[in-house]
Design a protein around this ligand. Structure first.
Ligand code: ATP
Ligand code: MG
Length: 575
């Protein structure tokens, strides 16, 4: 119930966002930084975005990117892109390249391109210092034993029998670990912190483990690899990061982050870790493990499948960098976790494309319409406005003749009250063309309508009558002579569950997948779409926003549905 309330609240938030732009307010991190710059604690700031190259970036990462690079832009500082590549078992160059592309596409520029693996030598030397100072030791127990001895936060931990071994022994073993003399998993280097701390991360955390695995950058040079907690803060220090911004789950790691820094800091400079709430979004999953599983298990067509919450998926779906940056701005930066309704993301792309996307006429489910009083061999050219929101988008021409196609559901033989579209005896406007009135229909032997017959009023060219006569409905159409067939990929939400991560334990999150998240159909489009290029976006009038897919060719144009014109999922949409 709580979750459900949450979504409704978020829906209302959308309406508030629409009226009340939050752009000029500072978030809590910006307030901290502004204060520090004023008091002279820093002259300039440096942030970093530190992805692990073990998958493609998703919309959650986009929030972190917009925050870190946004701080750089706002305070005229710097921001590094740092690959946190300390675990060779899951990392690949393909991911490094995709991450660089996504950050650039979002519109940001890093000051330095960094890799934690470039610091392996320095991290190793600092580890040796720690051993010499009696603050680290080699432990020959199994990971299971080590974990058991940590017990639980309410009890004291059990010290390892190796905890107080002479530092010379640890030094010798650590060097031999590095030289590859021992098997994976046979021993680790641990920091000697506090086995009785109520914070489990402080109970002698592991600093290094043996992994006999080639690294995508350092090859076989190393077979010991530093753990996140050790590598991260020290890498921040090496790069001169002033504000190390991460998600809330790292709050409990902060004492350890500071402890490791205490061991190397000599002057006044010290990086500061600040935590913010991660982005959670309805109707999707965001853990890289799950996204990888969806890709490897062919539940989707790759990392850039337009249903994926990945940045590359959103790009292929037709999202613009501006819409994602606006989304990040609107959701803000908070200290408490919540879940944002995906409708807000959809609102942001509609808002952007309303100004950017040219309008075109496409009939998705065609039925033939014949204008019986239109001259047999005549074709005329009509003018159509490309974008009523943007005058400079100009006009284009549409060809018009006796045989057209209209949308099947724009006609009803026996219409209910207040049906203003086409029905026998009723007159409607054909967009940019004429008023037409339905006279009769042709049916097949099963009683299905195959043709609609109309007459047109030649005096209503351009959609206006001279005698002040009004029609209530305007419908779109394409000319049967030159309409082109196009493939439409109608994407919907990947999950039918709003919170796929929250299913009862016996259920797998994949059970929440929406079986109807992709429908492929053929539609008929106005001839101008023949020349559309991949990534070009359009509003199909009355139908939604669409983008040309990368698979598209002039012989076989393919369009992805970005979003419908109105939110059909939302309970409080104004349909
Ligand atoms: P995994 O899903 O494997 O745990 P991750 O999402 O933590 O991975 P990283 O590559 O470690 O991925 O993340 C890079 C940065 O992006 C980190 O600073 C992390 O805190 C931030 N980040 C990750 N997910 C989100 C999210 N949902 N919202 C905001 N920031 C995020
Ligand atoms: Mg992570």
């Amino acid at each position: 119930m709580y979750r459900f309330d949450n979504i409704l609240i978020l829906h209302q938030q959308i309406l508030v966002f629409m009226e009340n732009e939050t752009k000029n307010q500072l978030n809590f991190i910006e307030e901290i930084i502004e204060g520090e710059l004023k008091t002279g604690k820093y002259e300039t700031i440096i942030t970093r975005f530190p992805p692990e190259p073990n998958g493609y970036l998703h919309i959650g990462h986009a929030k972190s990117i917009c925050l870190n690079f946004g701080l750089k832009n706002k305070f005229k500082g710097k921001c590094n892109l740092r690959f946190d590549d300390t675990n060779p078992t899951k990392e690949e160059m393909e991911y490094v390249e995709s991450i660089k592309k996504d950050v650039e596409w979002l519109g940001f520029e890093w000051d330095n391109l960094c890799f934690a693996s470039d610091y392996f030598e320095q991290l190793y030397l600092w580890a040796i210092e720690l051993i010499k100072k009696g603050k680290a030791y080699v432990d020959e127990q199994t990971p299971e034993q080590i974990s058991e001895q940590r017990t639980n936060p309410r009890s004291k931990g059990i010290e390892s029998p190796y905890r107080n071994r002479p530092f010379e022994e640890s030094l010798d073993l650590f060097e031999r670990m590095k030289n590859g003399e021992f098997e994976t998993g046979s021993m680790v280097l641990r920091a000697k912190v506090d086995m009785n701390s109520p914070n489990m991360h402080m109970r002698d955390p592991i600093m290094y483990r043996i992994l006999k695995q080639s690294h995508h950058r350092t090859g076989d040079k190393w077979c010991i690899y530093p753990m996140y907690d050790y590598a991260h803060g020290q890498s921040d220090y090496i790069e001169g990061i002033t504000h190390s911004i991460c998600t809330l789950e790292f709050e409990v790691h902060r004492p350890l982050y500071d402890w490791f820094l205490d061991q190397i800091i000599t002057g006044v400079y010290r990086p500061r870790q600040i935590e913010f709430a991660r982005l959670n979004l309805t109707y999707t999953v965001m853990s890289k493990r799950k996204l990888l599983e969806l890709v490897k298990g062919n539940y989707v067509n790759g990392w850039d499948d337009p249903r994926m919450p990945t940045i590359s998926g959103l790009r292929r779906r037709g999202y613009t960098p501006e819409s994602i940056r606006n989304f990040a701005e609107r959701i803000g930066v908070a200290k408490r976790e919540n879940t944002i309704d995906v409708s807000l993301l959809e609102y942001c792309i509609r808002e952007d494309l309303n100004f950017k996307a040219n309008r075109v006429l496409v009939v998705i489910d065609p039925i033939k319409l014949i204008i019986t009083n239109y001259p047999e061999n005549q074709t005329e050219t009509l003018e159509a406005v490309n974008n009523p929101e943007k005058e400079e988008a100009g006009k284009r021409t549409l060809s018009f003749s006796k045989e057209l196609y209209i949308e099947r559901d724009d006609f009803m033989e026996e219409p209910p009250k207040k049906y203003f579209r086409l029905s026998p005896g009723n007159e409607v406007r054909l967009r940019y063309a004429y008023f037409v009135k339905c006279t009769d229909v042709v049916k097949d032997i099963n009683g299905n309508i195959t043709e609609i017959h109309c007459t047109y009023d030649p005096e209503t060219k351009g959609g206006k009558s001279n005698d002040g006569r009004k029609v209530k409905g305007t419908i779109h159409w394409v000319n049967a002579q030159d309409a082109i067939p196009i493939e439409l990929r109608l994407y919907d939400r990947l999950f039918k569950e709003a919170f796929p991560d929250d299913l009862p334990e016996e259920k797998d999150y994949k059970e929440g997948l929406n079986p109807d998240s992709l429908k492929t159909i053929t539609a008929l489009a106005e001839a101008s779409l023949k020349h559309a290029k991949p990534e070009e976006k359009f509003q199909f009038e009355r139908k939604g926003y669409f983008v040309v897919d990368y698979d598209s060719t002039p012989q076989k144009p393919i369009f992805n549905r970005i979003v419908e014109l109105r939110d059909s999922w939302s309970k409080i949409s104004n349909k």
